[in-house]
Design a protein around this ligand. Structure first.
Ligand code: AAL
Length: 404
């Protein structure tokens, strides 16, 4: 009979019979748990100064943050309409269908990442009828050979349920623009039966192994549900920002995740995978940028994170990690019709910081959080549950005398 498992966790896998769970402690996780896991962090959020709160002005899906000559820059979807989203059946050329419809890409600067100055439009839409006239949104930024490339989703029709769109770029010699639209897609949805046949969302360009690696979210859109994948992430690789881009034959390289958030880490690429899919709320790592493994489980990761990634374009095989970035929050709890605001997140997923606060877990929430819209059991469902449990709940076996 082996002795009880020791209180002081052996650093190496002990030579004893282990449960499946303790096998995983050594094979997947690590004996220092989250405290010693370089890929674990919790997240703390801060409101931002400098973005006015006005009706029907929505800001969301921030890009990576750049720091140029001591100033931070961020680009984001900005919708400024006279009315809120109404769904695609009632949308017009001036009334949006969803929160990111009839949007342009704006940008802002900051000296500290908390106080921002909105600079105005960056890449704006072309006249009606041209490629991308309906909406430009969900930007990300690449600096390549001293030029700036603003990747973004481009819609040429009212945004409908499938949210179908390609990705394009605009180019500038300065982060302040002026931006020149390419005027055509650089990465398009796949063939009719491909996993990314409906959309190419959330472009996220990094420079890795001498090439542009544009990670993105794809989905089969209307084919959702049933046996179809819902959303997943792939990578398209090119030698030049204008393409041609070659989608990896291994795509999807991440089986989950609603938006893309990746950074160079050591010789590979790390990712925050949030919101959707069986591997939601994880940090994952691929030593080759393609074969991702789960490295930690997260609580409340940022939505649509745009991390500050100082070495996003360094391609030096020594990625250092991230400590903060911007994300978006829906004040009313979320949905495609909800307005969005930008916020800051801080974390410790860096090889160069040691902030124990971010390695704590066991996060608990206050009463209003449990009973706010998204988490509270809706009345209609409570009624249904009360009816069902009367029909289905049995007495606990053994608590009463069997009828003779
Ligand atoms: C975001 C992103 C893409 C989608 C929509 C706007 O979270 O995934 O940009 O198209 O939602």
């Amino acid at each position: 009979m082996q002795s009880p498992f020791p209180a002081k966790l052996p650093h190496e896998k002990p030579d004893r019979e282990l449960s499946a769970s303790m096998e995983r402690m050594y094979d997947i996780w690590n004996p220092h748990e989250d405290r010693g896991n370089e890929f674990f962090s919790n997240f703390k959020y801060s409101p931002l100064e400098g973005f006015s709160r006005e009706p029907n002005v929505s800001r969301r899906d921030p890009s990576k943050v750049l720091r140029i000559d001591g100033t931070y820059y961020v680009w984001y979807t900005c919708r400024r309409t006279k009315s809120p989203p109404v769904g695609h059946e009632n949308a017009t050329d001036h009334i949006p269908s969803v929160d990111w419809d009839l949007a342009d890409i704006w940008y802002a600067t900051s000296e500290d990442g908390f106080h921002w100055e909105e600079q105005g439009p960056a890449a704006t839409r072309p006249p009606k009828g041209e490629f991308g006239w309906r909406s430009n949104c969900t930007p990300d930024i690449l600096v390549w050979k001293d030029k700036y490339y603003l990747y973004h989703q481009a819609y040429s029709e009212v945004i409908q349920g499938g949210d179908s769109c390609p990705v394009t770029i605009a180019t500038a010699d300065s982060p302040h623009g002026p931006w020149t639209r390419l005027g055509r897609p650089i990465v398009e949805p796949g063939g009719p039966d491909d996993w990314d046949c409906n959309c190419i969302h959330d472009p996220f360009p990094l420079i890795y192994k001498g090439k542009i690696h544009m990670y993105y979210k794809g989905s089969p859109g209307q084919k959702r549900g049933g046996a179809n994948i819902i959303r997943a992430q792939g990578v398209a690789i090119a030698d030049h920002p204008e393409g041609p881009y070659k989608k990896s034959p291994l795509n999807p390289v991440l089986n989950s995740g609603h938006e893309t958030c990746l950074w160079p880490y050591k010789e590979g690429i790390a990712a925050i995978v949030s919101l959707d899919g069986p591997e939601k709320n994880t940090v994952q790592y691929a030593p080759d940028g393609l074969h991702f493994e789960m490295k930690s489980l997260l609580q409340v990761p940022p939505v649509a994170p745009g991390p500050f990634v100082p070495d996003a374009f360094a391609d030096n095989g020594d990625g250092r990690g991230i400590t903060w970035g911007l994300c978006h929050i829906n004040p009313d709890g979320g949905g495609s019709m909800s307005e969005s605001i930008l916020a800051r997140f801080d974390c410790d997923l860096s090889r160069d910081t040691d902030r124990p606060l971010f390695k704590n877990n066991n996060l608990r929430f206050d009463e209003p959080t449990y009973f706010q819209r998204v988490l509270k059991l809706p009345e209609y469902l409570q009624k249904q549950i009360l009816k069902e449990q009367n029909d289905t709940d049995q007495n606990t076996i053994g608590t009463f005398k069997e009828p003779s």
